[in-house]
Design a binder for this molecule. Structure first.
Ligand SMILES: [Zn+2]
Length: 224
């Protein structure tokens, strides 16, 4: 992946797939479909709720939360008021649940948020929250299945709430062979270039803290 692909400012590394509908890195589609086939055989209709996401989309999420137009939540899911937080505190709060534009693993097309389409009634609104994967939640069984089988297909969970600054995301899986190359290629300099060029709210504070943010949210992940 080149600098633009690594930061979601190009989509030349991804392909649109019709069934299930998703956008993934060209080399991640086959391993994902193999995982999906095995899951289907065990009764799970695994689909990506989210795959590739570009820089512009991540920027809209970031700016919406920073400005208070979008809801923002703390580590335990409690609502936060952007206006009551300093710019630096806002940055920390956003980063609990959302990536800095340019630093999202979803830019690579290697990472997917997985759900079991057969586990909920039609019209169910997926929240991607811990309760859905906890015992009694609609995706608890899928979570167990993935824990046992995802690694066989090259997928692992980079956000388990241990080393990474990101909160535990039991739905977020990453195809290690491609993602690991991307993680190493997304250096501080590559990220800085993307941030400097963007109309990002809080940009001055982000650039002041970029080394820390890069090591906490890009370099640090939870290993398989
Ligand atoms: Zn995700």
């Amino acid at each position: 992946m080149n600098r633009l692909e690594l930061t979601g400012r190009a989509d030349t590394h991804v392909t649109h797939f019709p069934d299930p509908q998703c956008v993934l890195h060209t080399h991640v589609a086959a391993p994902f479909l193999a995982l999906r086939q095995a899951a289907l055989a065990d009764g799970f209709d695994v689909v990506p709720q989210s795959g590739f996401r570009d820089f512009a989309r991540q920027l809209a999420i970031w700016n919406g939360k920073f400005s208070g137009e979008r809801p923002m939540y703390g580590a335990s899911g409690e609502p936060l008021q952007a206006a009551r937080l300093s710019p630096s505190d806002r940055i920390d709060a956003i980063l609990i649940w959302s990536a800095l534009p340019g630093a999202s693993r979803h830019h690579w097309g290697t990472d997917v948020d997985l759900i079991d389409r057969s586990a909920t009634p039609p019209g169910y609104r997926v929240a991607l929250q811990a309760e859905e994967f906890a015992p009694g939640g609609p995706y608890a069984a899928l979570g167990e299945w993935l824990k046992a089988h995802a690694a066989r297909f090259g997928f692992f969970r980079p956000y388990r709430g241990v080393a990474s600054g990101v909160a535990s995301e039991p739905w977020h899986f990453s195809f290690a062979p491609v993602a690991e190359n991307a993680r190493r290629a997304l250096t501080l300099g590559v990220l800085r270039e993307a941030i400097e060029a963007a109309p990002l709210l809080g940009k001055e504070q982000v650039l002041d803290r970029l080394e820390e943010l890069h090591s906490r949210y890009v370099v640090a992940i939870d290993w398989p």
